[in-house]
Design a protein around this ligand. Sequence first.
Ligand SMILES: C[S@@+](CC[C@H](N)C(=O)[O-])C[C@H]1O[C@@H](n2cnc3c(N)ncnc32)[C@H](O)[C@@H]1O
Length: 332
Amino acid sequence: MGAHRGLRDGLLPDRGFTLNQEACAAVPSPRDSSLTTRTIPNAMAFEGRRQTAAGGIDPNASIGRREAAAEDVPSQQVFDSHSLMWDHGKGRELPVAAREADEAAAVIARYARRHGDTQRYSLLSPAALLATQERQRAIADLFVRLGWLDLTDIRLLEVGCGTGGNLLEFLRFGFKPEHLQGVELLPASVAQARLVLPASLRIMEGDAAGAAASSVPEASQDILYQATVFSSLLDAAFQQRLADTMWRWVRPGGGVLWYDFTFNNPRNPDVRGVPVERIRQLFPEGRLQVRRLTLAPPVARAVTRLHPTLYTLLNTCVWMRTHVLAWVAKPK
Ligand SMILES: C[S@@+](CC[C@H](N)C(=O)[O-])C[C@H]1O[C@@H](n2cnc3c(N)ncnc32)[C@H](O)[C@@H]1O
């Protein structure tokens, strides 16, 4: 298909996405920025700066494997591959199967504890709006680089689609509603998504790694999208199962589109930053390109109260960005 020419031919290196299968960056939706905002304290942004400066990473250069690891695995954020849990001090010793079964229920409980998200993530907040627009530009840039100038034939499935904000954005990009699908765990979010999205856009309710989306054929999707879902999954085995499911759904030549934050918030044990090295572990067969974006939300909220242009100004410092937009290409 002509639309897939860019993937076959590879991408040209530039300031954003690069060819070296590793590095790079992009923007959030209302809910992206919401999660972002409450997740990344100033302290972590400054931790990121220290490490980045020490590693000498050029904001505009592609990030090599070792450099990306240095930038994205801060000392507070240790992935414990032996216990298969993020080491955040809970010390639970459950068998893997029990932990995985637990995790979907635990996500529901964590979201039930959340309050005050709506206003924080509202597009009427300059910080949320600017972060959303930044991510949209980065995604558009990626599609162009992939050679997907006409999206009407491209099929995309979003895991953890929330209330459907991202799928609405993809409709505006030019996807056909019947080529878009979402899976979402929370019934209230599913109901809201179905209200705002066209009926021909299928929203499935339940655990994306479980039976909810078992009707999705293997290799049927060009793009599997996740935005700030993996950072809310604290069980590493469950993360891997969801990643494996997503990978099966992607056709060779397509890929996983990933937007999530990379730093922990010591004040919020319900989320966990996902370093670039972890994305690589989750999709070992993928070719990873990463682009860093999103001004640290607490900073963004503070400075946009003074003037919205300060978002753009401070965001030129790559170490002030807390998220990555990653494209994990599935080889043909
Ligand atoms: C932070 S929200 C992000 C929502 C949406 N992706 C966005 O960017 O606006 C994460 C969402 O993932 C959903 N989720 C988490 N684990 C899931 C799973 N295993 N299956 C389906 N949805 C899941 C949660 O219910 C929640 O709505």
